[in-house]
Ligand binder design. Structure first.
Ligand code: C2E
Ligand code: MG
Ligand code: MG
Ligand code: MG
Length: 293
């Protein structure tokens, strides 16, 4: 079939591109319906304070309960949503659900710290982000000290008029924490960090993956944490998958950890019972028992 189209790879490439666009359009239609039909569901993954094992918060991670395909990963549909203009609608749905949960847990006296919400760049750029965010807080009566927002450093770099920086500054003034996600994968340097409107950063999992294999790598992470702390910001280490990584991080200064070693993301109900059964001292003691340092 590709031969009919032309003589060489160029035509083939365009037909592949067309397939990709067709597929994106199909997913977009499905997703639009899915948002309306409540098929999006937030999962929650704990972040724990390494000094005492207490819960510092939960990252809200969206999943799509697709009627035919089952649970679909955000790595797959978030980029499509952002490309096709569905970013703001999806984001509003995430905000509403996260705030519903925050309110519900506060009412029940569940000790969850903060819920960290990943923000949509499209919503920040051209949706009425601040209005939508405030409306959701208002509607559910959520206190700002139960909320964190996560932004990628690229948002702040592609932001010539500082519109996004201004939005983040306003959120911070209200008591919402702002964290830089996936730190280390982009361009942000530590010196630049002090000029950004952020309260803390999340060290990307690619750094954490290597701390137990490479002494230099663990040195980098260790000094990254100390310097960030010196600037008055806090650190979350992402993607902690092994006991070894966890133990190394515990020797460093002030930070929180998030990763499969502690707990995978869970639905709301499972998260509630996880919180109920979380016993920081016991968790840490178990780890020390296996391999005393
Ligand atoms: P992220 O914000 O960096 O989220 C962390 C990702 O790492 C999550 O993937 C989480 O499940 C995964 N993870 C956690 N612990 C471990 C671990 O120990 N090992 C490994 N290998 N992975 C771990 P997930 O849930 O698939 O989300 C992927 C990305 O999709 C997120 O990266 C975020 O950029 C985006 N995303 C997720 N939910 C939302 C949302 O509600 N709104 C927006 N705008 N983006 C979202
Ligand atoms: Mg995140
Ligand atoms: Mg991340
Ligand atoms: Mg990521």
């Amino acid at each position: 079939k590709t031969k009919e189209l032309g003589r060489d790879g160029y035509q083939f490439f365009t037909s592949e591109m067309k397939d990709k666009i067709d597929m994106e359009a199909r997913i977009e239609t499905d997703l639009r319906v899915g948002i309306e039909a409540d098929q999006l569901e937030l999962y929650y993954q704990p972040q724990i304070d390494l000094s005492d094992g207490s819960i510092s918060g939960f990252e809200a991670l969206v999943r799509w309960n697709h009627p035919e395909q089952g649970l679909v990963s955000p790595a797959y549909f978030i980029p499509i949503a952002e490309n096709t203009g569905l970013g703001p609608a999806l984001s509003r749905c995430v905000l509403d659900q996260a705030m519903t949960t925050a309110k519900d847990w506060s009412n029940k006296g569940v000790d969850f710290g903060r819920i960290a919400i990943n923000l949509s760049p499209q919503h920040l750029k051209r949706g009425n982000f601040l209005d939508d965010f405030s409306a959701a807080m208002q509607k559910h009566q959520v206190s700002p000290n139960h909320l964190t927002v996560e932004v990628l450093e690229s948002y702040l770099f592609d932001d010539p008029n500082s519109d996004i920086a201004n939005i983040l500054t306003l959120l911070r003034e209200r008591g919402i924490l702002v964290e830089l996600d996936d730190f280390g994968t982009g361009y942000a340097s530590l010196s630049h960090l002090s000029s950004l409107p952020v309260n803390g950063l999340k060290i990307d999992q690619s750094f954490i993956r290597e701390i137990n294999e490479d002494i230099k790598q663990s040195g980098i992470v260790s000094s990254l944490i100390s310097m960030t702390n010196l600037m008055g910001m806090h650190v979350v280490c992402e993607g902690v998958e092994t006991r070894e990584q966890f133990t190394i991080l515990r020797q460093f200064s002030n930070c929180s950890a998030q990763g499969y070693f502690i707990q995978r993301p869970m639905d709301k109900q499972k998260t509630e019972s996880w919180i109920e059964h979380w016993h920081p001292a016991r968790f840490l003691a178990e780890i020390d028992k296996i391999q005393p340092l």
